[in-house]
Design a protein around this ligand. Structure first.
Ligand SMILES: Cc1cc2nc3c(=O)[nH]c(=O)nc-3n(C[C@H](O)[C@H](O)[C@H](O)COP(=O)(O)OP(=O)(O)OC[C@H]3O[C@@H](n4cnc5c(N)ncnc54)[C@H](O)[C@@H]3O)c2cc1C
Length: 460
């Protein structure tokens, strides 16, 4: 009898956890991601503020799963699901909407930015979600400092050296703290006309406090720390406009050439693909075993799922995604092997942390609330532990020590492709051009499956 096929869409925290949990399952597993790497998003802000390089927080998914011989990794974008035919549609640079059939489907497609209906803000205020975003944000900071250094009229320095972060959740707060450390300490001896330490950093949010998902005492500690770092915190004010010259907040215009969006997130279109019920934020409502109502073979996990526990929806954090991915992997394994089914999904909350500048974090775990260096040490240990490979763990650990001792950054490069010529080198097509379109993937796959076979085959 042929083995069942499990398709996992997304190689983030949830998708990867599911793939790993299925490593000994007698099934063909296909993990599809539009990016070739797993990204450790919690440290994205450190790439955006030059502490780490992109390679220190991103790892090729193919490499992580190389030992799982029955797992094939496909670089492609899923564009829809046909529940009746039990297939997903996959597109890549050469082919559009190739149907790939499944027996079990796990959707773990995460979230993207939401500008709360103001999509026109996007061109002036980039968000932080992918490695490309982080490099673009880093470019923007460094480019603006270079512009200020080149500007002879000191009256223009103020606008060029005003950095605004919209959204005082963990990402905005961490970014604001890290940016303050960068400009106040590390860059100060490198410029002649400008003093980076005099840069204005403004953190704006409609909420009444920073880190609103943390307890009030920790919000207060984070706010005080931000103020000590010279960050201007403006709370309870909505951003009415963002344009090329800055923002309008609470009726006041703040001139700036660098605005970063660290506010809302929007789910992936999984709910639309499945034509199923979603919550107000658009996340797919799932059953207590994380399956989609009426579709016991389709599961939605991680940020794109809406799961209530204790009367509240679970937050969009890495631990939820990892635990849900693992749970669904185990559930499918047991269904296929006839093992006993696991209990219904229950999230075990180990706590939350956020860093504010150098050597300072806030930590909330049950009744334990801590802030300061001790919390930062726990934060550092936990984040190192969850990086995808031991080489990344070592590399990030050494980078942090090096930066702490020497104040030198991982990368202060402006990597701008502007003006570079298009790459005209001829490469092998990723897809067999002779293969008919709209053909199901099994026919396109070599007889021996497995990621290595795929990578050398020139197939999708
Ligand atoms: C800047 C930032 C900082 C954060 N900091 C923290 C933190 O400190 N602690 C914490 O717990 N959480 C943090 N989070 C949240 C955490 O990263 C997410 O909760 C977690 O990544 C969710 O995992 P996921 O697998 O659901 O989605 P993701 O990790 O986002 O993975 C989704 C994957 O799906 C792929 N994908 C999406 N759509 C498609 C498609 N159509 N076709 C193919 N592939 C697709 C994407 O390429 C991606 O690889 C942070 C998030 C951000 C953005």
């Amino acid at each position: 009898m042929s083995q069942p096929r499990i398709i996992i869409v997304g190689g983030g925290f949830a998708g990867l956890a599911a793939a790993k949990a299925l490593r000994s399952t007698p099934a063909k597993i296909i993990l599809i991601d539009r990016s070739n790497h797993h990204l450790f998003q919690p440290l994205l802000y450190q790439v955006a503020t030059s502490v780490l390089t992109p390679g220190q927080i991103g790892t090729p998914i193919r490499g992580i799963l190389r030992k799982q011989k029955d797992t094939t990794v496909i670089l492609g974008e899923v564009t829809g699901v046909d529940k009746a035919r039990k297939c997903v549609f996959v597109s890549n640079a050469d082919r559009q909407n190739v149907p790939v059939s499944y027996n079990y489907l796990i959707l773990a497609t995460g979230v993207s930015h939401s500008y709360f209906g103001h999509n026109e803000f996007a061109q002036y205020a980039p968000g932080l979600k992918t490695l490309a975003d982080a490099v673009a944000v880093r470019n923007k900071f460094l480019q603006t400092l270079e512009q200020a250094e080149a500007e002879e009229d000191p009256r223009r320095h103020r606008d060029l050296m005003t950095f605004i972060l919209v959204g005082a959740g963990p990402t905005g707060t961490e970014m604001a703290g890290a940016l303050a450390v960068l400009v106040r300490g590390m860059l100060k001896s490198e410029f002649r006309r400008i003093d980076p330490a005099s840069a204005r950093i403004v953190l704006v949010d409609m909420a009444p406090r920073v880190l609103p998902s943390f307890s009030e005492d920790l919000s207060k500690a984070a706010n005080e720390r931000l103020k000590r770092l010279g960050v201007e915190v403006r709370l309870g004010q909505s951003v009415d406009q963002i344009d090329a010259d800055g923002i309008v907040v609470g009726g006041e215009r703040i001139a700036s050439k660098t605005v970063i969006w660290t506010a809302g997130v929007a789910p992936s279109p999984a709910g639309h693909w499945l034509q199923t019920q979603t919550d107000r934020a658009g996340r797919v409502r799932v059953e207590s075993d994380l399956s989609v109502p009426g579709q016991s073979e389709i599961f939605v996990v991680g940020d794109t799922a809406s799961f209530d526990q204790g009367g509240k929806p679970l937050p969009g954090v890495a631990q939820v995604a990892i635990q849900q991915g693992r749970y669904v992997g185990k559930l499918i394994h047991n269904r296929i092997t006839g093992g006993s089914l696991p209990e219904l999904f229950r999230y075990s909350d180990k706590g939350s942390m956020a860093v504010v500048g150098k050597g300072f974090a806030v930590l909330q775990s049950g009744k334990v609330h801590r802030s300061g260096l001790g919390a930062w040490l726990v934060w550092a240990a936990v984040h190192l532990q969850f990086l995808a490979t031991s080489s990344l763990r070592l590399s990030v650990f050494l980078q942090w020590i090096w930066t702490g001792l020497t104040r030198q950054r991982g990368s202060l490069l402006i990597v701008d492709h502007h003006g570079s010529k298009p790459d005209t080198r001829v490469t092998e097509p990723a897809v067999n051009a002779a293969a008919p379109h709209k053909q199901d993937l099994p026919e396109l796959l070599p007889k021996s499956s497995g990621s290595r076979a795929m990578s050398g085959s020139g197939q999708l």
